[in-house]
Design a protein around this ligand. Structure first.
Ligand SMILES: C[S@@+](CC[C@H](N)C(=O)[O-])C[C@H]1O[C@@H](n2cnc3c(N)ncnc32)[C@H](O)[C@@H]1O
Length: 283
């Protein structure tokens, strides 16, 4: 993989005046599920080398607060139910910044390549002749697994994991057939507003109503909440508990595996790793 800092620092040769057009560079960076300490070193280096950061709704306030003020920031969030910036306008903004010679970080929640439109942005930027590099991030599913102590695989419960979007591009519910049940873990993103439909589709596929489900809201963030339910009680619980986005569903027997998670609030444990959200599992 290209060195992202080198990529951001690279400038075209200005020797030929006829083609001396400033061209910057773009790095798609995964910001992880929210806890700033889950940023990779590469992500941090790319951000610090940037002139401008275009960031999404899911990039946590804690991460944004750590970006030095010398770096310009542009919010390009697409929160459900509010006026959102068109994907084409985001790309246009990024291209304009690159053509002005800026080093651009396109900062996305979780991993850019998992329901992050990373592929679409790479295609559009490449078509415009712009070099793109990608820094992975911890996706919400694995962030939630570590933070809640719910294993996504377990030799007694699941040998298969599926990460599914609840909502497809045309707004329809994704096909859940064959994805949940014995020996399987199904993680559903972008489905918290349609849990009644999800539960009905699972039941129609023969999934038992008492199959465990974990609802994980704001995984890895200070306001993280986990609610353990079943397929049959999922929808009513989401309404009663007023579960908000971002949240995901973990469907399968692993959701009932109980682990005691102890959050360390003091730096100094584990060799001084300074983490407010560092989770340890006590069995
Ligand atoms: C557009 S997708 C982006 C996924 C992201 N690229 C990733 O890899 O995590 C947004 C969905 O991811 C899930 N999500 C993202 N961050 C989350 C978090 N901190 N806690 C729970 N779910 C989260 C939610 O289901 C949310 O609706």
């Amino acid at each position: 993989m290209a060195n992202v800092v080198e990529l951001l620092n690279s400038r075209p040769s200005q020797t030929d005046a006829a083609v001396a057009k400033p061209i910057g560079a773009v790095v798609l960076v995964g910001a992880g599920p929210g806890d700033p300490e889950l940023l990779t070193r590469k992500a941090q280096a790319a951000i610090l080398a940037a002139d401008i950061v275009f960031y999404d709704e899911l990039v946590s306030a804690e991460i944004m607060a750590e970006i030095p003020t010398r770096i310009a920031r542009v919010y390009v969030g697409k929160r459900h139910g509010t006026v959102s910036i068109d994907q084409a306008d985001i790309i246009e903004g990024v291209i304009t910044a690159v053509m002005a010679g800026k080093r651009v970080v396109r900062l996305k929640g979780g991993d850019p390549m998992i329901f992050g439109r990373g592929g679409e942005e790479i295609e559009a930027l490449s078509a415009a002749g712009i070099e793109v590099s990608v820094v992975p991030g911890i996706t919400a599913a694995t962030g939630a697994a570590s933070s809640t102590g719910i294993p996504l695989t377990h030799r007694d419960h699941a040998a298969q994991v599926t990460i599914l979007t609840g909502t497809r591009r045309d707004g329809s519910l994704s096909d859940v057939r064959g994805l949940a049940g014995e020996g399987k873990t199904l993680i559903i993103y972008m489905a918290i507003r349609r849990t009644a439909e999800v539960a009905a589709a699972l039941r129609a596929d023969g999934v038992p109503g008492d199959l465990p489900v974990a609802i994980v809201e704001n995984a890895t963030r200070p306001n993280e909440r986990t609610i353990k339910v079943t397929v049959d009680t999922l929808a009513e619980t989401v309404v009663r508990e007023a579960v908000q986005s971002p949240a995901l569903l973990i469907v399968g027997h692993v959701a009932a595996v109980s682990s005691a998670i102890v959050r360390s609030t003091a730096a100094g444990e584990f060799g001084g790793i300074p983490s407010a959200h560092f989770a340890t599992v006590r069995t």
